[in-house]
Ligand binder design. Structure first.
Ligand code: FE2
Length: 353
């Protein structure tokens, strides 16, 4: 069992110079529970870097589905099979593309997974919150011939850059009427780029694509954030057998276009806070016209595929936290920008519709 850092130097396909030290944990012992022996190192790497890569015989031999329960509950989505696996690949000959997945060899721009998720779903009469997954796990089954580099952008660094160099854009990153995110039949209202989590950390939602709808008043600020604050922190090519674990509430990920066959498996890990959020329908005793329950159920059906697909009980052997941690000093700076430098109407969203 070894923990070490690999050095990776080069120029990415999109022309960005990178020099990164990748937090890598090499595990040669093939016993599944050896992962728990690395719990502290995994936590430390996620806190420090926002991600960790597993390398060695252990991850070559380990199925993603077998290790997911160590991280938390598997969260489903529209592109998963019944177990929660999503294939991320191109549609190339010899691969069964009827398996649920994301099929493309084009580049993916920087995003957090499930940025568009902020809703409710109903399961056996119980209403539950749906938000973006806290962790994204990716296992490389086959590396591409050329291209297909993974890029990671630290959302914490992006936010601190905005605070220090572009303070005027910061309110637009926190307001709940600046962006709306859509994906297929889902439209999330009142999302914000950064939101506060119950653990005091911040949760980032980002996906600058056709589903990302920006209010006109915030367009300039968010375009500037996109152009100036998303510096690629790490760029590397996942090797066959490696497993990447990313804090999806802190890190943006992207990838370059590729040629040849590149096959990854992906699993989302649900944020534990969704199980602590409680909801109940108002159920008046005298039935009224507006309370036909079956009709009301349709409103929550868009999110029905995004619930937990496993049900083991906490604590998971790796009880991992997610999100952007700010020091007291950083919080103070942010608070100053959001509350002291702004007019009241822009804080409480009165003027901009
Ligand atoms: Fe993604």
């Amino acid at each position: 069992m070894k923990t070490f850092f690999t050095k990776h130097v080069g120029t990415s396909a999109i022309g960005v110079r990178y020099l990164s030290t990748l937090p890598t944990i090499k595990i040669e012992c093939i016993k599944l529970n050896t992962i728990t022996k690395h719990a502290n190192t995994i936590k430390k790497n996620l806190d420090q870097h926002g991600f960790v890569i597993f390398d060695g015989l252990w991850c070559e031999k380990t199925q993603l589905l077998d290790i997911a329960p160590y991280f938390g509950l598997i969260q489903g989505n529209k592109n998963t099979d019944k177990n929660g696996i999503t294939v991320v690949s191109s549609r190339t000959d010899g691969f069964d593309s009827t398996i649920p997945g994301v099929y493309s060899n084009m580049n993916f721009s920087p995003h957090t997974d499930g940025a568009y998720l902020d809703g409710l779903r109903e399961e056996n009469g119980i209403i539950k919150k749906v938000i973006s997954p806290k962790l994204t796990l990716l296992k490389c089954l086959q590396s591409s011939d050329s291209g297909g580099e993974t890029m990671l952008i630290d959302g914490k660094k992006s936010l601190l850059k905005a605070i220090n160099e572009y303070p005027d854009i910061v309110p637009a990153l926190f307001r709940h009427d600046s962006i709306y995110l859509s994906y297929e039949d889902i439209l999330t209202m009142n999302q914000a780029l950064f939101r506060m989590k119950p653990n005091g950390k911040l949760r980032l939602h980002y996906s600058y694509d056709n589903g990302f709808i920006i209010a006109n008043w915030a367009k300039k600020a968010i375009d500037l954030f996109n152009k100036k604050c998303l510096d690629i922190t790490y760029s590397f090519k996942l090797k066959k057998g490696q497993i990447l674990v990313v804090d999806n509430h802190r890190m943006l990920h992207a990838r370059t276009a590729f040629k040849g066959q590149r096959i990854l498996q992906r699993i989302w890990i649900q944020d534990d806070f969704v199980n602590e959020a409680l909801f109940e329908r108002a159920m008046p005793k005298n039935r009224t016209y507006f309370s036909h329950r079956d009709k009301q159920r349709n409103a929550l059906s868009a999110y029905r595929r995004y619930g937990a697909l496993s049900s083991h009980k906490k604590p998971y052997p790796l009880d991992l936290d997610s999100g952007i941690y700010l020091s007291d000093h950083e919080k103070k700076e942010l608070t100053n920008i959001l509350f002291h430098n702004q007019k009241l109407d822009s804080i409480i969203n009165l003027t901009h519709i």
